[in-house]
Design a binder for this molecule. Structure first.
Ligand code: CA
Length: 225
């Protein structure tokens, strides 16, 4: 989950932000001083900063200026009144957005989400977190739940999982399953895949970890799992 560093000296404002951001699934750290924020960002970088302009030590502008010497982390300014912040100045300093108090915490959370979506690459979770293959027990767990697989389905899924994003032809999959190719092998693999998919769907209805590549075959796609 993205981690948001809130730098704001007014507890009431920080509280509403923390509440709104955590409601969106973010984790948060709250600090009241610019220097402390810089120190924190050097030690344990957050994914984004929400930075009040009027801080007790150095201003939010100054904090951002210093931050930019070592970090490209997205920054959203909080401004006490319209006009305190000149949008141009804010952007020159390297901020990504700003809001004027009083603001709607939910709107801030939505904007944080939008900024992070823009800057953070989509990282697929490693397969090891989604699937656990137990060769001894001929068992595969998906998202922590055991799949009730036939021997053929186990070999098929294991083969796909071993090389994420690789497209396997039906012949290659048949080979992995250990069945001799006969006239009906293509339909044979397709029916195994179909049954495998329905078992995966019973764990995660919206996921589609096995992708079909028309005319080519199938692949395991972690980003769709
Ligand atoms: Ca303040």
């Amino acid at each position: 989950m993205p981690h948001i560093l809130i730098v704001e000296d007014e507890a009431a404002i920080a509280d509403t932000l923390i509440f709104a951001l955590q409601g969106e699934g973010f984790t948060t750290t709250w600090l009241t001083l610019g220097q402390a924020a810089l120190e924190h960002q050097r030690q344990t970088p957050a994914d984004m900063l929400i930075l009040d302009i009027g801080l007790p030590d150095i201003s939010g502008f100054e904090t951002c200026k210093q931050l930019r010497r070592f970090s490209e982390v997205p920054v959203m300014f909080l401004s006490a009144r319209d006009g305190e912040i000149d949008r141009v100045v804010g952007l020159e300093i390297g901020a990504d957005d700003y809001v004027v108090k009083p603001f709607s915490p939910r709107e801030v959370a939505a904007r944080v989400k939008a900024i992070l979506k823009r800057v953070m690459p989509v990282v697929a979770p490693p397969s090891s977190e989604l699937f656990q293959v137990d060769h001894e027990r001929v068992q595969i767990h998906y998202r922590g739940l055991p799949l009730n697989l036939t021997r053929h389905e186990f070999r098929l899924l294991n083969c796909l999982l071993e090389q994420p994003e690789r497209v396997f032809s039906r012949e290659q999959l048949l080979d992995a399953v250990g069945v001799a190719a006969d006239a009906g092998y293509e339909r044979n693999i397709d029916s195994h895949i179909k049954s495998l998919r329905s078992k995966l769907r019973s764990v995660a209805a919206d996921a589609e970890p096995i992708q079909t590549h028309r005319g080519l075959g199938y692949s395991y796609s972690p980003s769709h799992a």
